[in-house]
Design a protein around this ligand. Structure first.
Ligand SMILES: [Zn+2]
Length: 290
């Protein structure tokens, strides 16, 4: 169900309707728990959505887990959507059996999830595992998160589109402008990837920066955490999949020489169903932690 299918401010109603529908479809199958992944900072222990909930502002500060638990009489667990996705990759998919796994998920923004030694890393206050907002260029431009030089500026859909738009004003940006029908606001990441593949130099430079930024992040991940598996997925991951060699070539500039080949790096095109399985993986993970 589309989150805001009922209009702005209807997220909670949508979630409740979805759970009711699933419960009806489950029939006699007993339900163990409810899991919810939210595109926001989430205080998972308390089950409360943080104030940084730009996609679902009506949930900011809301005790979602308690509300759902009381309404449906089941244990309910809430976490960041990419943390949930990492649990799904770990339990059901590419990371099965691994003790440590990092998910890098470039979409509109840049999400990530970290599992180390069999535990989901959340940090002390829910801000952990936000690798999209780790700087890959210390003197880089300001980021929408308040920091600067973040990975998301270079390798997320929004960052790639913004970078291309910034170049679309001058004479060198003519091809980009024309491809966007003369309106720089219509430049998006798929257009930039397409033009880059066709050899348009401005788009190619933006995509090259994206590959290098991802390579630097792989260096941070491998040298900082040394995980068994890294899964690159999310809305923009399909485009990076065709650039795998370049991303790994960049990673080789930053990661320990002996550690990189021992790291299983999987490029998996984004699939909404993986995120949804994340809700189930979160519930199962939390039940097992008890
Ligand atoms: Zn940032």
């Amino acid at each position: 169900m589309p989150t805001h299918g009922g209009g702005p401010g209807t997220t909670l109603a949508t979630i409740e309707r979805l759970i009711e529908t699933l419960r009806a479809e489950a029939g006699d199958v007993p339900l163990a728990a409810i899991g919810v992944g939210v595109p926001a900072i989430v205080h998972a222990t308390a089950g409360v959505v943080g104030e940084e909930a730009h996609n679902v502002p009506e949930l900011a500060g809301f005790p979602l887990a308690r509300s759902l638990s009381e309404r449906f009489g089941l244990p309910a667990f809430v976490d960041n959507d990419v943390n949930a996705l990492a649990l799904a990759e770990w339990r059901f998919d590419a990371g099965r059996g691994a003790r440590s796994l990092v998910v890098l998920a470039p979409g509109t923004g840049f999400g990530s999830g970290i599992i180390v030694d069999g535990h989901l890393l959340r940090g002390a206050h829910g801000f952990g595992a936000e690798l999209g907002h780790v700087p890959v260029k210390f003197d880089g431009p300001p980021c929408w998160c308040g920091g600067r030089g973040c990975l998301a500026l270079y390798a997320s859909g929004r960052g790639i589109a913004d970078a291309a738009r910034a170049h679309a004003t001058g004479a060198s940006g003519r091809a980009l402008r024309e491809a966007a029908g003369g309106d720089p606001a219509r430049i998006d990441a798929p257009l930039v990837f397409r033009l880059a593949a066709e050899g348009e130099p401005v788009a190619a430079a933006v995509v090259e920066d994206a590959c290098r930024a991802l390579g630097a992040m792989l260096g941070i991940v491998i040298n900082g955490l040394n995980p068994e598996v890294v899964v690159l997925t999310g809305g923009v991951a399909g485009a990076f999949g065709t650039l795998e060699k370049r991303v790994l070539g960049a990673a080789a500039e930053y990661a320990f020489k002996r550690a990189l080949p021992d790291t299983k790096i999987i490029f998996a095109p984004g699939d909404k169903r993986s995120s949804m399985r994340g809700a189930a993986a979160l519930a199962l993970y939390e039940l097992e932690q008890r």
